[in-house]
Design a protein around this ligand. Structure first.
Ligand code: TXA
Ligand code: MG
Length: 326
């Protein structure tokens, strides 16, 4: 295993190198004021897929897109008076705003897990700001630890946890806050805390008053929409482990697998002709959206291997196929 390169973040060439690595679709770990993030080009679904595999227990939870400033954030999301008030008060800083995706958003479907909303944050850290400015686009970054481990607050934690899955670690010493950002849902007329974090509930209430709805059912990662059965399902019915195609169905396949009757399919999407599960993950949500439009009788899903990212792909597909309330 080759070790990741740990670069002194105060060296300007380290920032240039890290931005180039992001552009190339590789992963960079960088400090924020909360914890170290494991960053990828948000617009590049292949790069985003690498985050999910690097974390060790792949699941397609939506990720936070980090931006250099408010203007960049407003190109990705639609802000209302509540989100503007919160951004005014807490950005740059440890607050993440979940807002409706804007039509000019470049964050990939995989990074938002197929949702119509996007989580945005402008971090208050000089190294993060320099990297985001040099890169010039949104960078998605979960905490840079393996799934289930504590968050990484030093470059050494990151190196120990993630090894060679990350190309460069920008080392700026221990992070100041050490606990993740507060995530606030601002998609509606009122706001809700989805994940408690570095900005207290009281501080948020002070900024937006009664627009903050107290909802104590919402604590921690439990409310991660990626975990909810209903969070993303196409309109079309989804049929798993399909060996054949029924009339009116569209087909998701992999590795060039040809189910019986494929010639009469309404549409076919091969997630990865070469069977590369990172490529398949990168294509998954886009495929579901595309085929949802084409199918008249549902979407048939050919068997997907369970190895590596296959576990998360199959988990998502099982949720998409689960019985619906309505
Ligand atoms: O401090 C932090 O927030 C760190 C640093 C690196 O910025 N990042 C972080 O990211 O903690 P992550 O991926 O571990 O947490 C993302 C949280 C999850 O709780 C996820 O469910 C929520 O943000 N989230 C992301 N997109 C969302 C969306 N569209 N709707 C609702 N929640 C969303
Ligand atoms: Mg985390």
């Amino acid at each position: 295993m080759t070790a990741p390169e740990i670069l002194d973040a105060n060296d300007p060439s380290a920032i240039t190198d890290a931005a180039a690595i992001l552009k190339a679709g590789e992963l960079v770990s960088f400090p924020t004021e909360t914890v170290y993030g494991l960053g990828a080009d948000a617009a590049n679904a292949r790069a985003v897929a690498k985050i999910y595999s690097a974390k060790g227990r792949p699941s397609f939870n939506p990720l936070i897109a980090h931006l250099a400033d408010r203007d960049a954030a407003q190109r990705q999301g639609l802000f209302n008076t509540i989100s503007i008030a919160l951004a005014d008060r807490f950005w740059p800083g440890p607050l993440t705003l979940v807002v409706p995706r804007s039509s000019t958003a470049t964050v990939s479907d995989l990074a938002t897990a197929g949702l119509d909303s996007v989580a945005l944050r402008v971090p208050d850290n000089a190294v993060a700001h320099a990297l985001l400015s040099a890169f010039g686009g949104p960078v998605v970054a979960p905490s840079a630890n393996r799934s289930g481990y504590v968050s990484a607050t030093t470059a050494q934690h990151v190196a120990t946890d993630l090894g060679d899955t990350v190309s460069i670690i920008l080392d700026a010493g221990p992070t100041g806050i050490g606990i993740e950002s507060t995530v606030v849902d601002c998609t509606g007329e009122t706001a809700r805390i989805l994940r408690p974090g570095a900005v207290t509930r009281a501080a948020i209430r002070e900024a937006i008053g009664d627009a903050l709805i107290e909802d104590n059912s919402a604590t921690g990662d439990i409310v991660a929409p990626g975990m909810l059965a209903s969070h993303y399902a196409p309109n079309a019915r989804v049929r798993l482990n399909a060996a054949d195609v029924h009339p009116g169905e569209a087909v998701i396949t992999i590795s060039g697998f040809q189910p019986a009757g494929i010639e009469q399919a309404k549409a076919v999407f091969d997630l990865s002709p070469s069977g590369d599960l990172e490529e398949a993950a990168a294509n998954l949500f886009t495929a579901l959206r595309k085929l949802d439009e084409a199918a008249s009788e549902g979407i048939a899903i050919c068997p997907i291997p369970e190895a590596g990212l296959g576990e998360a792909i199959n988990d998502r597909l099982r949720r998409a196929a689960a019985p619906r309330d309505s």
